[in-house]
Design a protein around this ligand. Structure first.
Ligand SMILES: [Zn+2]
Length: 483
């Protein structure tokens, strides 16, 4: 058994052959922490976390490094707009990113690294590139000389001439080739700056990923991920920097996540076509957003629309309803979820109730992380489980046993995808919206002195299984009986 993935540089599906047996070293480009993250970028990060989860489930020991870009033009601009120092911007939006990711059921990388903690190592790497004749200084800036690196363009599959014709190129004094990119930028008045052999300044964006990934994972690590829009120039430049400096192969496998499409237009910050993760989570709940993000495979594009999100909510609802009904039918004998499921690649094929569904799930995910097929296997499993509920409720022993087996598989597969599925996980969606609305009505009734009406709203909600707790920050609610 082996996992197969589409590898961007070779442009084909390949066997995942780790550098070190049983271990996967992976790096993903994290956010530039200057704003609230939009759903496109969030989906990429959710997916790499899922890739890590799946590889661990398949028995690998995974080291996953993700970076925060916390020095960048966009951060400096944002600091001016908000009237706070750049560190204030990065602190605020790092925290916001972590909140959003946690709402999406995503765990932090094994190692989360910040560009500003690695400036010295970047200066050293840039000096190394200058010493090798791959970079040059001009007016306090240091540029990478793309013509000097054999193989520039091998990831994106473009020649320098193609790129020259196709891309917007910013001229800069002293730059030798229009595609040369900045390794070090001379400081401008009032900007954050660090000392360097070329005068005060700050690193360009690309160098941080080459330096931090190789520092923690070495050269030739297994997987480098990012959104499809990072292939050129960011990842192309990362290759030029790392291979130019150290020689040998930088990354064994490049994995690129498909972008989110808004209706028919490509979602992008520059188009201003922005849907914030935070807003999606608020409207649909984190678990529904996660379902939508993962229901299309890593590589395919995800379409953002009310329809696709509503579909995700309905699908999750089917799963929750089954879980509730199966637990109810089995009573005390219902299996509970374990915290660490493992199905190493070397294991024999699964057996017992639900085994065919596990096999389908594994085969789909092993096949280039084909999550839509994997999700379909879970839906079929649920259909099979629902068929057994009536018999199990009647006390039919054989059906009870089968249902328990199916439920066990269900708990395993949904936990690999990190769905918790308890009815309070998504305090949102339609139910959440209605509860919030009723609580607002109750608040306004109270502020008008209509206490009897306020109490009535509270009592009705309590009868429906919604418990309300009044806190100094306003009412908090939990739904216990809603399924
Ligand atoms: Zn990067």
């Amino acid at each position: 058994m082996t996992i197969r993935i589409f590898e961007s540089r070779r442009r084909e599906v390949v066997d995942l052959e780790p550098r070190d047996q049983g271990r996967i070293a992976m790096y993903a480009c994290g956010p530039t922490v200057y704003n609230l993250i939009h759903v496109g970028n969030a989906r990429t990060i959710v997916w790499y976390d899922q890739v890590r989860r799946y590889f661990e489930y398949r028995g690998y020991e995974v080291t996953y490094v993700m970076n925060y870009t916390d020095v960048d033009d966009k951060i400096i601009e944002r600091a001016k707009i908000e009237g706070i120092p750049p560190e204030g911007v990065t602190t605020k939006y790092t925290q916001a990113f972590e909140e959003d990711m946690s709402a999406l059921g995503t765990e932090p990388a094994s190692l989360v690294v910040r560009a500003t903690d690695h400036i010295e190592a970047m200066v050293e790497a840039i000096q190394g590139l200058v010493d090798k004749g791959l970079a040059y200084e001009a007016e306090g800036n240091v540029w990478y000389a793309v013509e000097k690196f054999d193989g520039y363009g091998k990831l994106s599959g473009r020649s320098l001439d193609d790129m020259r014709a196709g891309d917007r190129i910013e001229p800069s004094p002293g730059k030798e080739h229009p595609l040369d990119f900045a390794l070090w930028k001379a400081a401008k008045e009032g900007e954050p700056a660090w000392e360097s052999p070329w005068g005060p300044g700050r690193p360009g964006w690309h160098i941080e990923c080459s330096v931090m990934s190789t520092k923690y994972l070495g050269m030739g690590f297994d997987i480098h991920g990012g959104g499809l829009d990072l292939i050129f120039p960011h990842h192309e430049n990362e290759i030029a920097q790392a291979e130019g400096l150290f020689g040998g192969e930088f990354v064994r496998n490049w994995l690129h996540a498909g972008l989110v499409q808004m209706e028919s237009e490509k979602m992008s910050k520059s188009l201003g076509n922005i849907v914030l993760t935070r807003d999606v989570v608020e409207q649909y709940g984190g678990e529904t957003a996660r379902y939508w993000m993962l229901a299309s495979s890593l590589r395919s594009q995800a379409v953002f629309s009310d329809d696709t999100l509503d579909d995700a909510a309905r699908s999750l609802e089917r799963w929750r309803t089954f879980l509730e009904a199966a637990r109810h039918a089995l009573g005390d004998t219902a299996p509970t979820a374990s915290s660490s499921y493992r199905r190493p690649l070397s294991d024999p094929a699964p057996e017992g109730a639900g085994a065919e569904f596990i096999s389908r799930f594994l085969a789909s995910m092993d096949d280039d992380l084909n999550s839509s097929e994997a999700f379909a296997a879970i839906h079929d499993l649920v259909r099979e489980g629902n068929r057994l509920i009536e018999g199990a409720q009647r006390g039919d022993e054989a059906e009870r046993k089968s249902l328990a087996g199916i439920l066990e598989v269900f708990l395993e597969l949904t936990s690999v995808l990190n769905f918790r599925l308890d009815s309070t996980a998504d305090d949102s969606g339609l139910v959440g919206g209605l509860v919030e609305y009723l609580l607002e009505l109750r608040e306004s009734a109270r502020s008008e002195g209509a206490f009897a009406r306020a109490d009535e709203i509270r009592d009705r909600l309590t009868k429906l299984g919604v418990s309300i707790e009044d806190t100094p920050a306003g009412p908090r609610w939990r739904a216990s009986g809603i399924s």
